[in-house]
Design a protein around this ligand. Structure first.
Ligand code: MSP
Length: 518
């Protein structure tokens, strides 16, 4: 069986509509899955919706619907939003799915049987936004720091998962596996949380049914339902086919959770300790990106600046949005989504640089070489051509190294070095002029062959990030391979185009976008 690569997005709460924050994580997941697939792994992508808990009950009540009806509706909107922009998953997990419910109950029973669960009286401040009891450090002037709402005072019997018992193990695991939580700032943040255990303690994993009935019943006490985070995290197992899908072990062995920094604690602390207690290996990577702000402000309903995947697809084309956000966000850090910057990025890189390279090369091939890949002339290969070829090999290797470290924005920057160099070669050799000179045919053929190769290699390297455009570029440039069947690094070796293969011109791949006039 081939090597697996399993990537997850968070499962999104159904109390909000899909927005570009959710979409960005999915774009990263989709790009990583495609990249690993091209590297020969069998990729598996999972997303879904998180449907239990008080927050959802509140939102359903506000909409005048039963929680199940409300969840059905919003979950379907998430699915439709992803379909509309072409983001697909191998499994869309809803926490209300029957197989997920079974998994949650099985894990609860297992950790209970292994002595990791205890019933305690809890007295504390509860934030419904966070769906948890807060500690002093979660508060600012008596309000939850994240949700800016005053928490409720609650006293109730809760089952606790004795998570703190596993902190020593977790600390050691993090220290032994430097790329478990990445980038390093989040690894350090997790170690800092673990150093100051007063902020952590054990984890309440149940809610009394009289307070909350919308959840998965505890198998060992039907008067309680499972805490929503304990339930939601297990969706990653469900999505991989736990417990008995034959693909599960290989997928789990190669799992990468993509999240934003807002949910570091549940992923870096709750989840690995839960798995440890259940006798399951921790995830290979928890990869954490920063937050998108919009025009310098936090995205929020009250500011009316929440952008949907549909909004950005209309404004930039979804692949344009995808490219510009992957290129603009330094993975791990916050970034500001500014319309002017996105437009500039798309116009400069996609329309002017790549789009232009493809269109002028293929128009010249059509005009000067009869629309077929030309045979290069050995005597016309000079150092600029050899440098372009060497650069292509260098970029292929650099892309691999950068992607291994999740440096997506630098990967894209690197690929565009090749695009820039190919454009410069075209300017330098000016085949449109050479064609008019005696003996210029060798220059024409050699230059256009080299730029076609550079285009092909670029399309392969960029294919994971801009799949539709790069599939089209490969076909226009007469490549023998399709994006789906192509393998890296082998197919990106220079010289795979077959002279005589037909090329095709077409509409602008990336039309120039107009800046907003205001
Ligand atoms: N339901 C939980 C996750 C459970 S996972 C087992 C949850 N859902 S959420 O709907 O609030 O989604 C949070 C995630 O959405 C973030 O981790 C991130 O992936 C994405 N984003 C939400 N807003 C974002 C930005 N403004 N910027 C970037 N990503 C953002 O938490």
């Amino acid at each position: 069986m081939s090597r697996a690569y399993y990537v997850t997005t968070p499962i999104y709460y159904v109390n909000a509509e899909p927005h570009i924050g959710h979409a960005y994580t999915f774009c990263v997941a989709d790009s990583l899955a495609r990249f690993h697939q091209m590297r020969g792994a069998s990729s598996w992508v999972v997303t879904g919706t998180d449907e239990h808990g008080e927050k959802i009950v509140e939102a359903a009540a506000a909409a005048g619907l039963a929680p199940s009806e409300f969840s059905d509706r919003v979950s379907a909107r998430f699915r439709a939003a992803w379909d509309e922009v072409g983001l697909t998953a191998n499994r869309f997990v809803r926490t209300t799915d029957a197989d997920h419910r079974r998994n949650v109950q099985a894990i609860l029973q297992r950790v209970h049987d292994e002595g990791w669960v205890e019933l305690r009286e809890y007295d504390g401040l509860y934030c419904v936004g966070c769906e948890r009891f807060l500690t002093d450090r979660d508060l600012l002037d008596g309000r939850c720091r994240d949700h800016e709402r005053v928490p409720e005072k609650r006293r109730e019997s809760n089952y606790f998962f004795l998570m703190s018992r596993a902190f020593g193990w977790l600390r050691e695991h993090i220290e032994r596996h430097p790329d478990f939580i990445r980038p390093a700032r989040y690894r350090n943040e997790t170690l800092a949380m673990l150093r100051d255990e007063s902020g952590l303690g054990d984890l309440s994993i149940s809610r009394p049914k009289h307070r909350l009935a919308w959840g998965i019943e505890l198998p060992f006490d039907p008067d309680h339902v499972c805490y929503v985070w304990f339930d939601a995290l297990i969706s990653y197992l469900t999505g991989a086919g736990y417990p008995d899908d034959p693909g599960f072990p290989a997928r789990w062995d190669a799992v990468e959770h993509l999240i934003a920094k807002d949910i570091l604690k549940p992923h870096a602390i709750f989840w690995p300790t839960m798995l440890h207690a259940a006798g399951i290996a921790p995830p290979r990577h928890v990869s954490v990106h920063g937050y998108w702000n919009v025009e310098g402000r936090k995205m929020s309903k009250s500011l009316g600046n929440v952008l949907s995947p549909h909004d950005v697809a209309t404004r930039y084309g979804f692949e344009g949005f995808r490219y510009a956000t992957l290129r603009e966000m330094s993975f791990g850090l916050d970034a500001d989504l500014r319309d002017a910057a996105l437009i500039e990025r798309i116009n400069a890189d996609l329309a002017n640089n790549l789009g232009n390279l493809v269109s002028r090369t293929l128009r010249l091939v059509e005009r000067l070489c009869g629309g077929r890949i030309p045979e290069p002339a050995r005597e016309a290969i000079g150092s600029p051509e050899r440098e372009l070829e060497a650069l292509a090999a260098e970029v292929v290797a650099r892309v691999d190294a950068l992607m291994a470290g999740l440096e997506i924005h630098r990967t894209l920057e690197e690929i565009f070095r090749l695009v820039g160099a190919a454009n410069r070669l075209l300017d330098l050799r000016a085949p449109w002029k050479a064609a008019k000179e005696p003996g210029g045919d060798a220059v024409v053929r050699t230059t256009l062959h080299a730029t076609c190769e550079a285009i092909r290699v670029t399309a392969l390297l960029l294919g994971a990030f801009l799949p539709a455009a790069c599939g089209e570029i490969l076909s226009r440039v007469g490549a023998a391979e399709t994006l789906e069947a192509a393998r890296l690094p082998d197919d990106a070796a220079w010289g795979r185009l077959v002279p005589g293969a037909p090329t095709r011109t077409g509409d602008a791949l990336f039309p120039r976008l107009e800046a907003r006039k205001d």
